[in-house]
Design a protein around this ligand. Structure first.
Ligand SMILES: Cc1ncc(COP(=O)(O)O)c(C=O)c1O
Length: 398
């Protein structure tokens, strides 16, 4: 499938230049249709009955889980459905047992979703060690290795920073964790669907995924990969219907993974849509997506770098999918609003739920940055329009 084919499947792209894939992506028609099929033809709960509609819904949900598992090279029982990346991370924060004196290693490049749940544990006497990135927003695995000690229980790092797009050496970081027998969590919010993620190769214990970003799945979907070897150390976040094999008045027996981790009725239509999104990505080809988006990132960086009084964050060799910048001292929200009003360009502005990283990159005093982010549906022409518009705005305001 070509970019033009994908654009045909996403009608809203006719009206806007959508450069906010890092927040969420528009949903292609086949994914919407798969969800409509559920709503129109077999809208019933799963795993709960014998009549044909519930059997079909259960089968379709299982099929989606199998599809997702195959896409990331894991076993289906290692895929736990969540509503987003944040819930997947919180599942680990609440599910693992942390004792007073334990420590957790993370970085100053994290999204708040991969920082606040750990900071909360500090109130229970768990130390949070923050490894600082370099001036390009890159984390040194050696620094993580150095910070790890016999009390380190978890190393948790995002694959790609959502504030500036810097790509972290997660393979090396997960190797540090594995060699030291420490749990490793990778936040794949910005890499999922943009690059190949082979979970057997990555060897992290936990990987938190959004369904609604790079995978082109619907909003309200995400999942946690919880490796087989980590499952018996995780307590479910929600207990209740669907999580148990047996219940008496006195006690209960938890079901196996993933059932024990998925309390209550699921976003059935959403996950069926997410399974279809995997088929869709496969039809495009993940390596084609990566090649296209890398090219657009490079062009975007170059276009923006050429603007007067601009500050672009991160190095062009080491960012992917995202370009974050400021022009002079223009407030990022004002600039984003102008881009929307002048050319219907949709970009994110502000602190990107990553205040420590924005401070680290020196953009806090500007009120954060403007962030443009791409996917396979974007074109070079759109990036050039962004560049030209920014140049005009910069001249006008300068
Ligand atoms: C790196 C990173 N982690 C976590 C999140 C939270 O994702 P979600 O909105 O799916 O919970 C985001 C969202 O942008 C992100 O970029």
């Amino acid at each position: 499938m070509k970019t033009t084919d994908v654009r045909e499947d996403i009608p809203l792209l006719k009206d806007v230049i959508y450069l906010d894939a890092a927040s969420t992506t528009p949903t292609p028609r086949p994914v919407v249709e798969a969800m409509c099929d559920y709503f129109y033809n077999y809208n019933a709960n799963t795993g709960r009955g014998a009549y044909h509609l519930t059997v079909k819904a259960t089968h379709k949900l299982d099929e989606a889980r199998n599809r997702i598992a195959k896409f990331v090279n894991s076993d289906p029982n290692e895929i736990i459905f969540t509503k987003n990346t944040t819930e997947a991370i919180n599942m680990v924060a609440h599910g693992l047992e942390f004792k007073k004196g334990d420590n957790i290693i993370t970085s100053n490049m994290e999204h708040h979703s991969n920082l606040v749940p750990w900071l909360k544990l500090q109130k229970q006497g768990v130390e949070v060690k923050i490894v600082k990135a370099d001036e390009q927003g890159i984390i040194d695995p050696g620094a993580i290795d150095k910070a790890a000690d016999e009390n380190t229980r978890l190393i948790t790092i995002s694959h790609i920073s959502n504030s500036i797009g810097s790509v972290q050496p997660v393979d090396e970081i997960s190797e540090v964790a594995e060699n030291k027998g420490i749990f490793c969590l990778v936040d794949a919010a910005q890499s999922a669907g943009h690059t190949e993620l082979d979970l057997k190769k990555l060897r992290a214990d936990f990987v938190a995924f959004p369904g609604h970003k790079g995978f082109l799945g619907p909003v309200g979907t995400g999942f946690l990969y919880c490796a087989n070897q980590a499952q018996d150390q995780m307590e479910p976040l929600n207990l209740g219907g669907g999580t148990v094999d047996n219940v008496t008045e006195e006690d209960f027996q938890l079901a196996e993974s993933p059932t024990c981790f998925e309390g209550g009725t699921q976003n059935i239509a959403g996950f069926i849509g997410l399974g279809e999104a995997m088929n869709y990505l496969e039809r495009i080809g993940i390596s084609k997506i990566e090649k296209h988006s890398k090219k657009l990132t490079r062009i975007m960086y170059q276009e923006i770098q050429d603007i007067e009084k601009v500050r672009v964050y991160g190095s062009p060799e080491n960012i992917y999918g995202i370009v974050s910048f400021n022009i002079d001292k223009i407030n990022p929200h004002d600039l984003a609003k102008i881009l929307d009003e002048v050319k219907s360009i949709c970009v994110r502005s502000g602190f990107h739920c990553a205040m420590p990283s924005i401070r680290h990159m020196g953009a806090y005093e500007f009120g954060g940055t403007v962030r443009a982010s791409v996917h396979y549906y974007n074109t070079q022409e759109e990036i050039e329009i962004l560049g030209e518009t920014l140049k005009d705005v910069s001249k006008f305001l300068g």
